[in-house]
Design a protein around this ligand. Structure first.
Ligand code: UDP
Length: 244
């Protein structure tokens, strides 16, 4: 067992990794890109092998987002139910990829569908984590009008994770959108209150408010770099840490 002073040991004992649906589609415009999913799965297993317990909340934006398809004859709540089902498909794919990469894994869904995966219960998730399984949390919060970012913070708080690791397309939080403003600079660290006062977009408003209330650190990093999840879990690599 490694000690915290060793370079490959985790900075956090139990983490919640948020993987957006878009991260799973790689270079495709829609759906699942298997080589990308395998790369992310290997990264998750490497993070676990450093000694951390890994829970993952998966998004669904590569398949369907409720707000984008609601309208005409489709009400928002039904559209969001469809979006949550998309996250279950992604979690099942990632579960298989994690198993292929060498770690046991379990998918737990906030919407019970026991013929496919286990229903989410806090104690069940905690037990799987303590037994060294990577836990894929599907179905977001289980309620419409929320996002998987909010699901990620909610699960991280109730499972007493040390941090939410938000894997995105950018390597942290910037003073402005770096795509629009070349002079934008990246924060290494800032507080929830600073992020709120400066109106920096770390997560959607509901997710961020919950993280602030729960005093939960959020680590924002780019999933495009190979090994980025494992590095973030070790407290290394380019990232912004939002912490009290
Ligand atoms: N969703 C929901 N409640 C939740 C989480 C997700 O209704 O608690 C639905 C919502 O329609 C959302 C979709 O699932 O658009 C996919 O989730 P999200 O947009 O957060 O995925 P990501 O952007 O991370 O890929």
């Amino acid at each position: 067992m490694s000690t915290p002073s060793e370079p490959n040991s985790p900075a956090y004992g139990r983490v919640l990794v948020k993987v957006s649906g878009e991260a799973l589609m790689g270079s495709e415009a829609f759906g699942l890109h298997w080589p990308t999913i395998e790369r992310i799965a290997r990264d998750l297993v490497e993070a676990k092998d450093s000694g951390a317990e890994i829970a993952v909340v998966v998004g669904g934006g590569n398949i369907l987002r409720g707000a984008s398809v609601a309208g005409e004859g489709l009400d928002r709540a039904t559209a969001d139910h469809m979006g949550m089902l998309a996250t279950v498909m992604n979690a099942l794919a990632l579960e298989k990829a994690v198993e292929h990469a060498g770690s046991p894994a379990r998918t737990l869904s906030a919407i019970p569908m026991p013929t496919i995966c286990e229903p989410y219960a806090r104690q069940t998730a905690a037990r799987h984590l303590s037994r060294g399984r990577i836990v894929l949390l599907a179905g977001g919060t289980g309620n419409p009008y929320f996002t998987t970012d909010t699901g990620a913070v909610l699960r991280a708080a109730e499972l007493e994770c040390n941090a939410v690791m938000k894997a995105t397309n950018v390597d942290g939080v910037y003073t402005a959108d770096p795509k629009l403003d070349p002079s934008a600079t990246r924060y290494d660290r800032l507080s929830h209150d600073e992020a709120l006062a400066k109106d920096l977009k770390v997560m959607d408003a509901a997710a961020f408010a919950l993280a602030r209330e729960a005093r939960l650190p959020i680590v924002v990093f780019s999933i495009r770099e190979p090994g980025a999840i494992a590095a973030a879990v070790r407290g290394q690599g380019r990232a912004t840490t939002v912490a009290p």
